[in-house]
Ligand binder design. Sequence first.
Ligand SMILES: *Cc1c(COP(=O)(O)O)cnc(C)c1O
Length: 323
Amino acid sequence: MLIEPVEVLLDVDFARANLLDIAVKVPLQRVETKALTAAGIELLVRRDDLIDPVLSGNKFYKLFFNLQAAQVQGFTRVLSFGGAYSNHLHALAAAGKRYGFSTLGVVRGERPAHLSPTLSDAEAWGMTLIFIGRTEYRNKTEQALIADLKTRYGEFYLIPEGGANLAGAHGVLLLGQALEQQLKGDYTAVCIACGTGTSLAGLAAGIDAGKPALGFSVLKGEGGLGRDVNAIYNLLCTEQAPNWRLISGFHCGGYGKKHPDYLAQFWRDFERESCIPLDPVYTVKMFFGLNALVRQGYWPRGSRIVAIHSGGLQGRRGFKGGF
Ligand SMILES: *Cc1c(COP(=O)(O)O)cnc(C)c1O
């Protein structure tokens, strides 16, 4: 089945756009692999990677209400943080160019001789990159750093690294509501890759309370991830027993690390069988984990599993088995 990019955003008046209207247009693609067929599992991939060529995936949802808030509050400048391959900074820079914000991207470390493809795009789209040496970063409290940045660059609307705040989660909540509308409750569980866990919290809050949302963590030492998901989830839905769960055995070495051979192999096989491109940091690990659960018989035969393709495809560039 060939699926065309949705590209619903290109002609959208962002300030007046209704996120739910956009989210219900995202297609669900049925994927068949040998392992799925053998286990009697139906897999639907929600192609949120197709929303737009440069502003897509969960980063689009996490930016949406943040940028609306910035606009309503009269900010013309937005600042955030990220690493050299950050999908978040890449999406923010694209949004800034398209919707007329100036953007500031704070990157930890020295400016390298050659920028990553991610950061060169961001800079080409007008983002001011601010490299902060690791010692400087370490020696400052966050507040002192922000105050310092304001003196140097003027007032800005601040989005935390990864879009990890309530407005960010609220965007993904609408993704969950859209999914519920599309499938009318006819599914077993929904899966998403987790970094900060903001998207998992929003997704779980958006779907029906009786349906489980599974978050596949890509972090090795996930420390306070469960606590972070819980905190945001509780702000979004106060009277609901938690319907989310973290799955932590599939980080495959950790965030952005070199792929072990078994993961590289899985990546190739999955893309060949499904014709769906995956990103190297997040979605490949979610599908790897999902596939392992399917083989273990985690879900009964006849289950219908939804996987969110959270995008990140720009990160394929510059990835040669590792960053
Ligand atoms: C950032 C990102 C995630 C993780 O989202 P969180 O809300 O931080 O958990 C998942 N998938 C992709 C492709 C991402 O870029």
